[in-house]
Design a binder for this molecule. Structure first.
Ligand code: AHG
Ligand code: MN
Ligand code: MN
Length: 329
């Protein structure tokens, strides 16, 4: 089986990007090790600290953030870093070619129940000049690489550099990522959806109507039964979509009017959208293609609807309709 390093050499990418991806992959092996030791290493549980988004940080959020930050600073080709767990952008090497945005541990609420977690990353070109937050505010279309590492029963790396999506599995004996799927492809159609149903009453009319029609199954307008899954870690839900198709959404809701969206554009939605598009799927907010959004701040949040192309299109048809005449639910 091909190693990650061998596979990267066969891709049309620069040696510096190749090295950066290996830096990310090697750090994820250390994260995998820490996650796997769990309670034995005393890494479970929360801290007293909150991140800039007002979320209590878990011990592993901070440990994994520091591991990635240190490794990327030492890489030599990274100009700056933006992380879910860093309030502001972090300067790395003055001569760096790349910006890296990451969610060091996605699905933190799963840590203490020994369930799926992962790391998500997005690589952008570094513009010339002084490093500021503005340097990072590039549309997802600009990404030169993106991926995630899933710390599950096996540790897996899904990667795109714009040449399809490759899936690597970490061999625990040799600690090497080996290519186990050279071309991940999302089925165009699906009978499976992923959404946090407990927010139903807070959604906008298009999503209310779309999901109601899925739930009606064979007796509804879709004339087909749908199954539901929710892992509470985007990385796990998107991995399932890449493996066997599906539609995943964290839509707009009015539960907290100051926070209508949950997922973060720069280090959750954009890298996942790049992977999904490269695997033949689609990723939208309902009104706009995710990767075409011009970001305005590094921690901005966005509605996400992604997965099997025909099912995302169907959901977008619901968003194109006029609901103004209908009573609100
Ligand atoms: P994080 O742990 O990095 O803050 O992200 C969690 C996100 C995402 O991974 C997941 O899809 C969603 O939050 C789960 O939200 P609910 O708690 O509403 O299920
Ligand atoms: Mn996350
Ligand atoms: Mn996180």
């Amino acid at each position: 089986m091909q190693t990650l390093a061998e596979n990267l050499t066969s891709q049309a990418i620069s040696p510096t990007l190749e090295k950066l991806i290996l830096t990310l992959a090697n750090t994820s092996k250390e994260i995998s090790h820490a996650v796997r030791h769990g309670a034995l290493a005393g890494v479970l549980g929360a801290t007293e600290q909150e991140n800039v988004q007002g979320e209590t940080q878990k011990k592993l959020d901070i440990i994994t953030n520091d591991m990635l930050k240190d490794a990327l600073k030492a890489d030599g080709k990274v100009r700056g870093i933006a992380s879910e767990e860093e309030d502001y952008v972090v300067e790395a090497d003055a001569n760096g070619e790349f910006l890296v945005c990451f969610d060091p541990l996605d699905g933190s609420s799963n840590i203490d129940i020994n369930s799926l977690v992962g790391t998500i990353f997005s690589v952008l070109p570094a513009p010339a000049g002084e490093l500021t937050e503005n340097s990072f505010l590039q549309a997802g279309r600009n990404q030169v690489a993106a991926g995630y590492v899933l710390y599950g029963p096996s540790t897996m790396l899904a990667l795109t550099t714009g040449q399809g999506v490759q899936l690597f599995t970490l061999n625990p004996e040799t600690n090497e990522f080996l290519l186990t799927d050279g071309a991940m492809a999302i089925s165009k159609d699906t009978g499976e959806f992923a959404i946090n149903m407990s927010n139903q009453r807070f959604w906008e009319a298009p999503m209310q109507t779309y999901i109601s029609d899925l739930l009606l199954g064979k007796i509804g307008p879709r004339e087909k039964s749908f199954n539901m899954r929710w892992i509470a870690a985007m990385v796990g839900d998107v991995h399932r979509v890449l493996c066997r198709g599906g539609i995943f959404t964290y839509p707009t809701d009015n539960k907290n009017p100051e926070k209508p969206y949950k997922l973060r554009l720069m280090y959750e939605a954009n890298p996942m959208a790049f992977l999904v598009e490269q695997a033949g799927g689609k990723a939208s907010t309902g009104y706009e293609t995710i990767m075409d959004i011009q970001p305005t701040e590094i921690h901005q949040r966005v509605a996400v609807i992604l997965g099997s192309a025909n099912e995302v299109d169907m959901c977008l048809e619901y968003h194109a309709q006029d609901y103004s005449e209908e009573p609100s639910l």
